[in-house]
Design a protein around this ligand. Structure first.
Ligand code: ZN
Length: 338
């Protein structure tokens, strides 16, 4: 018995030695061919996952639709000297601080398919943006299925996706809703004529984007709190633009606010809500809106859909020091069970 074991062990040892030699030879072959010869056989893939993310809010299915990646310029931010010196110093240490997304959102209520903001299309961003319609298709919908578009304001990074350069409506069956103050301002030839030169493109694009919907009788304005969609409330967020409006949906005790451009540079403006963006037409009103809105959102744990927050641009606020921090939703494939 003992001998047999020894013999057995010897043969195992011999087999292992042979395997080791074979492995050594294979390693040597790789070494001779080049240290990473085996690895380089697999090419790098430069595409990303499809640009959509689903989130359940009560009975609503919200889908964030990626339109593109953007970087905010520090010169577009206004604040006290002390705050802005701090921002510049932080940016030096963390060059990714002002990275952002352009995102639109789809709300499927079970009865209607509603798009909130439409991304830039071909009207803004020099080709880096405009992926929203593709993201929508990846998410299993077609532009023809969209019934309603709610726009927070008429800057082209929020409405450019509505209309092709040749004037074709990208969402041919959708009724578009926008605040009357917003529509009246950007679509006024008189106001446009008096606007500074660098603001002119915003007027021109708003007019070209709106024109085919107006012609088709699909451009609608609201001026108060008239009902547009069941379970949705208009939230005036004045300051950024004359009729800048948020849309707050509630379902089964859960709330989501589509807040448009309440925040552009979240790493700066959540900590310093008084810091404004150059694009805020009424700087004081924009800051006042943030100071009034953010405490409620943090207190009520409202889910926020922010077009320039990091994709999927969904999250909530947590009070931190004198400001707030962004609590992003965390990727899960069990989105309907949360
Ligand atoms: Zn914007």
């Amino acid at each position: 018995m003992k001998n047999k074991l020894v013999v057995g062990s010897r043969s195992v040892l011999k087999r292992n030695a042979l395997r080791f030699a074979a492995a050594l030879l294979a390693a040597l072959a790789i070494f001779v061919a080049g240290p990473n010869a085996a690895l380089t056989q697999a090419p790098q893939h430069h595409d990303q996952v499809p640009g959509f993310y689903r989130q359940k809010v009560g009975d609503l299915e919200v889908t964030a639709l990626f339109d593109g990646f953007a970087v905010f310029d520090p010169h577009w931010l206004n604040g006290t000297k002390a705050t802005m010196d701090g921002v510049v110093k932080e940016l030096h240490e963390d060059p990714h601080m002002l990275e952002a997304s352009v995102t639109g959102f789809l709300v499927n209520t079970g009865k209607q398919l509603i798009l909130v903001d439409a991304g830039a299309g071909t009207w803004f961003g020099g080709g880096a943006l405009g992926r929203l319609a593709g993201s929508l298709r990846s998410a299993g919908y077609t532009p023809e299925e969209v019934n309603i578009v709610l726009v927070t304001h008429l800057h082209s990074d929020h409405v450019g996706g509505l209309t092709a350069q040749d004037g074709r409506r990208v969402f041919p069956n959708a009724d578009v809703y926008v605040a009357k103050a917003e529509s009246d301002f950007w679509l006024s030839p008189e106001i446009a004529a008096k606007a500074p030169k660098d603001a002119q493109p915003f007027f021109q694009s708003a007019q070209a984007i709106a024109a085919p919907y107006i012609k088709a009788g699909k451009w609608h304005t609201f001026s108060g709190s008239e009902p547009i969609v069941d379970g949705m409330q208009l939230v005036p967020l004045s300051g950024h633009t004359p009729g800048h409006t948020g849309y707050e949906f509630s379902s089964k005790g859960q709330k989501i606010l589509f807040w448009g451009d309440t925040i552009h540079a979240q790493r700066v403006q959540l900590q310093h809500p008084k810091v404004t963006a150059t694009f805020d037409l009424d700087q004081n009103a924009a800051a006042a809106t943030r100071l009034q809105l953010l405490p409620r959102l943090a207190r009520e744990h409202v889910l926020i859909a922010g077009p320039h927050m990091p994709f999927p641009a969904l999250g909530s606020l947590r009070k931190e020091g004198n400001g707030y921090s962004w609590v992003p939703v965390v990727f899960t494939d069990r989105w309907d069970e949360k």
